[in-house]
Write a protein that binds this ligand. Structure first.
Ligand code: SAM
Length: 256
């Protein structure tokens, strides 16, 4: 039969894809895509010019944007309208001792999904890994934020010694110290604490030394907690601690 003009052209797709863009977003101001992003949109998601997706940059909320151009390794987006205003991120910081890199990457992904505001790799006495890969960490945090609907990517701090971090600690920020040697149940300890910004500290596979434990606990901002009767792997402890914190003090108290 006769082919109608435009028959082969797909109708524009409104996709649910979310992309982090590290640039200001404003209506009608075109944004360049990174090469990996254009590959993802074109080759992986099979999107084409005219199709829409969502973008965020941690400052301007979430926007609907249309793909303006898309070629191999390049492309542009056209922001159309803001769909969600930026919200203040008030999740806790997570201090963790880098473990094996696959497990650390898992920890970063899960902590990003569970709303950690900042990720602080800290060196402790029994740390197994002195190598950190900030760009890999960042890539995992971005991917998790894109996937889970967060409006910002958790910031990744440079590696520092735990003792130096504790020495320079902001006085008003409480530290939920996950102590494998035991302590008050986390739920009770969190519910009893006065309102404040928070951080969570999880140790390495080897745990904390006696001297470290004493030093951490001597800090006035320290709130020691137990995560129950089982010894959790570091990344499991991070997930459990963040979930408990979010349930008592954070956004797991509300729906979505
Ligand atoms: N090597 C240590 C031991 O044998 O006791 C275990 C360390 S654990 C694998 C890694 C980290 O997860 C700990 O330093 C702690 O921060 C946290 N963690 C694991 N289980 C915990 C629990 N039941 N209560 C509190 N923190 C826990």
């Amino acid at each position: 039969g006769k082919r109608m003009a435009g028959q082969n052209k797909q109708a524009a797709k409104a996709s649910r894809v979310r992309l982090f863009v590290d640039m200001p977003i404003a209506a009608g101001v075109e944004l360049p895509l990174e090469s990996a992003q254009s590959h993802y949109l074109g080759t992986v998601m099979r999107l084409a010019p005219g199709d829409t997706l969502f973008i965020f940059n941690g400052r301007d909320g979430e926007w609907r944007a249309a793909i303006a151009t898309l070629r191999r390794g390049a492309g542009t987006l056209l922001p159309e309208a803001q769909e969600k205003p930026q919200r203040a991120a008030n999740g806790p910081w997570l201090l963790f001792a880098p473990v094996k890199s696959s497990r650390t990457e898992l920890l970063i992904e899960k902590a990003s999904e569970l709303g950690a505001a900042e990720l602080w790799p800290v060196m402790t006495q029994y740390c197994q890994s002195k190598r950190v890969k900030p760009e890999r960490y960042r890539a995992h945090a971005i991917e998790a934020a894109e996937q889970c609907g967060r409006l910002e990517v958790p910031e990744i701090q440079p590696l520092a010694a735990l003792s130096a971090v504790l020495e320079a600690w902001p006085a008003d920020r409480r530290l939920m110290f996950c102590d494998e040697s035991g302590g008050p149940p986390a739920l009770e300890a969190l519910a009893a604490a006065p309102p404040a910004p928070w951080a969570i500290l999880v140790g390495p596979e080897g745990g904390f030394s006696t001297a470290e434990r004493a030093e951490i606990k001597s800090r006035p901002y320290c709130v020691p907690v137990s995560l129950g009767p089982r010894t959790l792997r570091a990344e499991t402890a991070a997930v459990a601690a963040l979930s408990l914190w979010q349930a008592v003090l954070g956004d797991l108290r509300s729906g979505n």
